[in-house]
Design a protein around this ligand. Sequence first.
Ligand SMILES: *Cc1c(COP(=O)(O)O)cnc(C)c1O
Length: 393
Amino acid sequence: MNETRLPGFGTLCIHAGQEPEPVTGAVSVPIFQTSTYAQDALGTPRAGFEYARSKNPTRLALEELLASLEGGAAGHAFASGQAATSTLATAHLRSGDHVVVSRCSYGGTWRYFTKVLANFGVAFSWVDTTDLDAVRAAIGPATRMLFVETPANPTMEISDLAALATLAGEASARAGAKVRLVIDNTFATPFFQRPLALGADAVVHSTTKYLNGHSDSIGGAIVSATAEDGARIAFVQNAAGAILSPFDSFLVTRGIKTLAVRMRAHDENGRAVAAFLAVHPAVKRVFYPGLPSHPQHALASRQMSGFGGMVSFDLGSPEAVPAFFGRLKLCTIAESLGGVETLVGQPATMSHGSVPPDERAARGITDGLVRLSVGIEDVDDLLADVARALEGE
Ligand SMILES: *Cc1c(COP(=O)(O)O)cnc(C)c1O
């Protein structure tokens, strides 16, 4: 074995941050269900742990794992993806700042930015971040963050990470202040896309989705490119307190152990389902970055190593959606995505219900649009279920 060889991604998923527990040798990091830690003498905590909001060994093991997978300096885990986004925003923004946000961001991001953070003097421009000229035009002297989701929910738009990092760098130089590029990497996961390696300053995740992967935990994460930014996030994580619990930290860590295996299977099934839908007469349009018909297929192929299991498609009319849903037997109608089981939803009334109708229309989120989170069941069973539901049997 060549000693300088770096471990592969699948190996990191299993081992990064996961040393056997020193007291008992437990191979799985235990759930440290404690709020506080004994001090050997006043001001002398035994192993650096004092109070579990600040630091907990189960969460710490997950945070080291997340930092390793995204190639960042520090990872932090939160009670939800939204808790991660809100912590990131309050850590790096202040009143008077301006943020350029992907027009097609997650509905909850839209809600938090427009209905909460806007009340604190932060301004937002909702921009098609696949259009670099539009991003350039939206950046002003007060801009301090580009918040970009790619692939973006639910039309699977792809924004150019390296080009956006260049724009953020130029904007920083002009402003004489850091303009951070933040990527919501929930859909791709670090298995398919590593934004920090392409110049992003931070990555946010809803670990609820692919990272945990089993639809049994709500959580979020931030991975910061630099130790300075990581320290700021740690400070706000402790100050604001939206931490991930020890049990959920254990679940997400366990989920990530199979991330590489699961993502390969999601990708394989996602490609098969997208190819099937693309030629089906009942389907008006399919949104999947792996299809050559996708407007950013070339870019997706360049900056991602796979396309995953998220497939949206237009049935052409709102009436077709409940009919299609009603005939599905294997796919479950539910919010959320990224679990081992296939879930199906109508973005207009579910994930993007909080986005006003005119905004939805501008983003191509029609009432006939269906979003599939393709799971890792046997693909023939999935195709049969979707075919039967489309064909009205
Ligand atoms: C679900 C989701 C979020 C929010 O995460 P929660 O864990 O539900 O709070 C943010 N971004 C994307 C892309 C998501 O899919």
